[in-house]
Write a protein that binds this ligand. Structure first.
Ligand code: SIN
Length: 290
């Protein structure tokens, strides 16, 4: 454990952890140090790890129980439901578009993900970075008056709200997805269950409206919050190398995957997801927030 070095990679969030081989079982002390660094820096980068699926799962389990991704079965690894395939084309033979707007994993469910561990097997020669932003700082940067207006509010997170989903699916398919994954109200000011700090919890990809307000009324406020959240000083941008493992805390960080690489270039990534605490409540009717 004394060999672990944690180096900040950006001012707002993100640090690299040096001195651990995640292919080997870790001591409890080393896991505690990783956990502490994760809570402090929100995003941790481990370079040159080259994990197998089994090693990836084993290390992830040291941080908590894992999701088996029932809400997105078509992206699951056939033999390891804990592993989500985040490849750009492998499943379908055409370019896949996943996570291309700012979001927090599984915020559209009643068990939003605690954390995610993404490993890179193949990266395009340029592009395909992932960006992260610090939602504690986004919350703390708001004026006291704005914060008190938002403090007790809830906002609706809908799996079908993603731009890519809306543009590719028919109205019937969207209705079917929504029936199987009913939208969920989440607190706008979410208290982190481990640090006790408040983070802003609205996401460009999934949040459609505040409870008790129309989408039209909500949109300008949401867009203001999104813009404030992703100000350049509040972002860490990760340039992937094969062998990287990156962990982020979905309770207080949002992320976006960039699609700025060619259709013929491979980006092969695998993700495990830490099961989160229950949060939010399902929208009672199928009517949009009105
Ligand atoms: C994700 O949204 O979990 C995937 C992020 C990425 O592909 O960079």
């Amino acid at each position: 454990m004394s060999n672990i070095v944690v180096r900040k990679r950006a001012s707002a969030l993100g640090a690299e952890v040096v001195g651990l081989d995640l292919r080997e079982p870790l001591s409890d002390e080393a896991v505690a140090a990783v956990r502490q660094a994760w809570l402090e820096h929100l995003v941790l980068v481990f370079r040159d790890q080259h994990l197998s699926h089994e090693q990836h799962i084993a290390f992830s389990r040291r941080l908590g129980p894992l999701e088996t991704h029932e809400s997105i079965p078509k992206f699951c690894h056939p033999e390891h439901p804990e592993i989500l395939l985040v490849t750009n084309y492998e499943n379908t033979g055409r370019k896949l578009v996943v996570g291309r707007q700012w979001h927090s994993d599984l915020s559209t469910t009643r068990r939003p993900a605690k954390g995610s561990l993404l490993r890179c097997e193949e990266a395009p020669p340029a592009g395909g970075d992932t960006m992260f932003c610090n939602m504690y700082r986004a919350w703390e940067a708001l004026s006291p008056g704005f914060r008190s207006m938002l403090q007790e509010r809830w906002a609706l997170h809908d799996m079908t709200a993603a731009r890519e989903t809306r543009s590719r699916r028919s109205p019937e398919e969207l209705a079917d997805i929504r029936r199987r994954n009913p939208p969920v109200y989440q607190p706008v000011a979410r208290v982190h269950d481990e640090t006790g700090r408040t983070a802003l919890y609205v996401a460009e990809m999934t949040t459609v409206a505040f409870e008790g307000m129309t989408e039209e009324e909500s949109r300008p406020i949401l867009e203001h919050l999104y813009a404030r959240s992703v100000e350049p000083e509040n972002v860490y941008r990760h340039r992937w190398r094969p062998g990287d493992l990156v962990i982020w805390d979905n309770r207080c960080a949002m992320h976006i995957a960039l699609a700025d690489y060619g259709d013929d270039e491979r980006r092969v990534m695998y993700r495990t997801t830490l099961l989160g605490e229950p949060s939010g409540r399902v929208q009672e009717t199928s009517a949009a927030a009105e």
